[in-house]
Design a protein around this ligand. Structure first.
Ligand code: UD1
Length: 414
């Protein structure tokens, strides 16, 4: 993967279209092992995490084809329950619930993913145990044994991944599952809509109590994946840092409520038409005040780094509080190298930005990598962003998309 060379201070102007959501398509792909027929998924993003997941499905014995933005999956030949690939991707943990549901057994690598601090799976394990699946981990691998059955399951924290695993384990299990303190993220609703299209009976998705009545068998389906709210938010932050205006198609207003509120405080002019947001950056970016990440509908942790990058371009101080992950300030040393003053204490960061200058920057995680590109767009002079492989996990040609609306950014092989 090449480095991105960015020359900042070029205002953006134009139209970008948001593609399908990574965080929705990955659990949906895991859910395909439960299907009794062929699944056609539309609006699938070409991302490295999607390729890894298709690789997992093929090794399990599924047939897959990725054509344009459509993925066709036939899981009839799946006869393995051991996930070999995907140790570097947290979402491979979604195969736990799906494989337990299909085979009553699962073996998979303990989660990797972005390096955002400890990524325990105790909530997943307790939930599946309540459903009759014996789950153990030695830190390297996870071993699950036993067919899930309906149960009352209460999560200690509304974990997105654990909610998805319970739903995946429950849809074909005998009996009803009542899941309380469930995550309410839009990607959970998308997974439930997909499973329902295959014949699952799920009530209450989007609320904190989800009831799943197990059905013996699911069929095939055609399903269109929801647009990526984090990509939409990233584009919004990019125009705030670079200046100018953008029309962003396939943006869903309710999914971006907190992001809209925060960027409006920073001086953005935001207006909505059907399925589209128009955003115009102010002459100088104002402070967002204090931004606290939280579970949906709170401010998404996946947008914290990008907003911090915008704040690094503002002369007014701001405070970021990261409530979800413990190590999500990995971009701070890079932003400091560009001239921002940032003081961190535990989960809090005080950002004193201003005139940034270009620098050599290293992406350390997916959203942090996008944040460095955003900061570079707002900086005077040239930046070189390395570690773009992290960015490709969740963005389809970020450099190309931004260049198409006037950013001076190219990908250069080392
Ligand atoms: C999280 C985000 C999700 C985002 C995804 C990808 C939240 C609530 N979740 O989902 O929006 O799309 O990352 O970046 O914002 N935890 C435990 N034990 C567990 C599971 C989780 O202690 O068994 C803790 C985690 O350490 C973390 C918090 O719960 O502090 C959130 O975890 P969870 O929602 O499960 O994370 P993801 O599913 O990765």
């Amino acid at each position: 993967m090449g480095d991105y060379i960015v020359r900042g201070k070029n205002p953006l102007d134009g139209k970008l279209k948001v593609y399908g959501a990574k965080n929705a398509v990955l659990p949906i792909l895991a859910g395909c092992v439960l299907s009794g027929g062929t699944v056609l998924l539309k609006n699938c993003p070409r991302l490295t995490d999607v390729s890894y997941t298709l690789d997992i499905l093929r090794r399990l014995g599924c047939k897959t084809a990725f054509d344009g933005e459509e993925i066709l999956i036939n899981p009839a030949g799946a006869d393995l329950w051991t996930v070999e690939a995907g140790g570097d991707m947290r979402s491979s943990v979604n195969f736990l619930g799906a494989l337990a549901g299909r085979f009553g057994r699962a073996v998979l690598p303990a989660p990797g993913g972005c390096r955002l601090g400890r990524r325990p799976i105790d909530i997943h394990i307790r939930a599946l145990k309540a459903m009759g699946v014996d789950v153990e981990t030695d830190g390297e691998m996870i071993y699950a044994q036993g067919r899930p059955h309906g149960a009352e399951v209460q999560l200690d924290f509304p974990s997105v991944g654990a909610t998805e695993n319970v739903i995946l384990a429950a849809v074909t299990a005998p009996g009803s599952t009542v899941l309380t303190n469930a995550a309410r993220e839009p990607e959970i609703c998308d997974l439930c809509r997909f499973l329902s299209a295959m014949g699952a009976k799920i009530h209450g998705a989007g609320g904190d109590m989800i009831i799943i009545e197990g059905v013996g068998q699911l069929g095939g389906c055609e399903y269109t994946v929801m647009p990526d709210r984090i990509v939409a938010a990233t584009y919004m932050c990019a125009v705030m840092a670079a200046g100018g205006r953008l029309e962003i198609e396939n943006a869903v207003r309710p999914h971006l409520g907190e992001v809209e509120r925060v960027l409006t405080r920073c001086g953005a002019e935001i207006s909505w038409a059907s399925g589209r947001v128009d955003i115009r950056a102010p002459k100088s970016v104002r402070s967002c005040g204090t931004v606290r990440t939280g579970v949906y509908p709170g401010f998404p942790t996946d947008c914290q780094s990008q907003v911090m990058a915008v704040m690094a371009c503002s002369a007014e101080p701001a405070i970021m509080i990261e409530n979800i992950f413990e190590s999500r300030f990995k971009t701070v040393p890079e932003l400091r190298r560009m001239g921002a003053e940032i003081y961190c204490s535990g989960r809090r960061a005080l950002v004193r930005g201003g005139e940034l200058h270009g620098a050599g920057l290293r992406a350390m995680d997916l959203r942090g990598g996008a944040a460095l590109v955003i900061a570079a767009l707002g900086a005077e002079g040239e930046s070189r962003v390395s570690g773009t492989g992290f960015i490709a996990r969740g963005y389809r040609d970020l450099a190309g998309e931004l260049a198409s609306v006037g950013a001076d950014i190219v990908s250069e092989d080392r």
